[in-house]
Design a protein around this ligand. Structure first.
Ligand SMILES: CC(C)(COP(=O)(O)OP(=O)(O)OC[C@H]1O[C@@H](n2cnc3c(N)ncnc32)[C@H](O)[C@@H]1OP(=O)(O)O)[C@@H](O)C(=O)NCCC(=O)NCCS
Length: 206
């Protein structure tokens, strides 16, 4: 698990809170430490904790609801997501390089799913990335993407590819990829349907 903000000790804030409640002496020392750094109390620390961690089967429902709630995935895509997550949790697809991470900030706020592309030389694909509709624009997507890139690179990825629709509705998504340092590599007109083409973005990681 990696905590991405709010805790300079490397000790998970949930554990700190437990420690604070169970061991008054150690708890007091921690409280002093955090107060000196601007946190009012371990409880406040709990609420400000943000972390990116591997998805577990218990997250599947939240990921589905979050994806559907963005309004950017159609019924078929949500059904496909269900199947992919079911496979991922049932068959330990980590072994084939598949990865799914969630960002938590007082609840699951977003996730990214990525995997090596078969029959390529170290090309990986971001299959899904989404942030809850009411949490967008807070930097969560960028953190998830950066995390995926670090993980993919550590596992040998040379080129990361992500695709989306070229329609006006997906202009914010395309802007997000460009802002995240991706290059608009190609479009395939009418790929998904008539007048709904595929926009392909890439980023070299090695
Ligand atoms: C695309 C998505 C994952 C981005 O996540 P997010 O948390 O909203 O994005 P962030 O807040 O991390 O933004 C990162 C950067 O992208 C830019 N960006 C995000 N949304 C943008 C928008 N609507 N228009 C222009 N730029 C945008 C931000 O300004 C930011 O740039 P900065 O670092 O220079 O400030 C999220 O909006 C989402 O889930 N959208 C719906 C689902 C989707 O389209 N997923 C991709 C499927 S193909």
């Amino acid at each position: 698990m990696e905590e991405v903000e709010g805790n300079p000790t490397g000790v998970r804030s949930a554990d700190l809170l437990k420690l604070y409640l169970s061991n008054p002496v150690a708890g007091k020392a921690y409280r002093r430490f955090f107060r000196a750094r601007g946190f009012r109390s371990p409880a406040r620390l709990w609420y400000t904790a943000r972390m990116i961690r591997p998805a577990t089967e218990a997250d599947a429902h939240a990921l589905r609801a979050l994806s559907a709630g963005t309004g950017f995935f159609n019924a078929l895509e949500i059904e496909t997501l269900d199947g992919v997550l079911a496979d991922y949790f049932a068959t330990n697809r980590d072994e084939c390089g598949h990865r799914c991470f969630v960002l938590e900030d007082g609840g699951v706020r977003g996730y990214v799913y990525f995997a090596p592309e078969e029959m390529t030389d170290r090309t990986w694909y971001v299959w899904w990335i989404a942030v809850a509709a009411d949490q967008q624009g807070r930097g969560f997507g960028k953190q998830l993407m950066a995390y995926a890139e670090t993980e993919a690179r550590a596992n040998g990825c040379r080129l990361l590819v992500v695709e989306t629709s070229d329609t006006a509705k997906y202009e914010p998504t395309r802007a997000f990829y460009l802002k995240s340092g991706y290059t608009a590599a190609a479009t395939v007109p009418h790929f998904y349907a008539d007048n709904d083409g595929m926009a392909i973005f890439t980023k070299r990681l090695a």
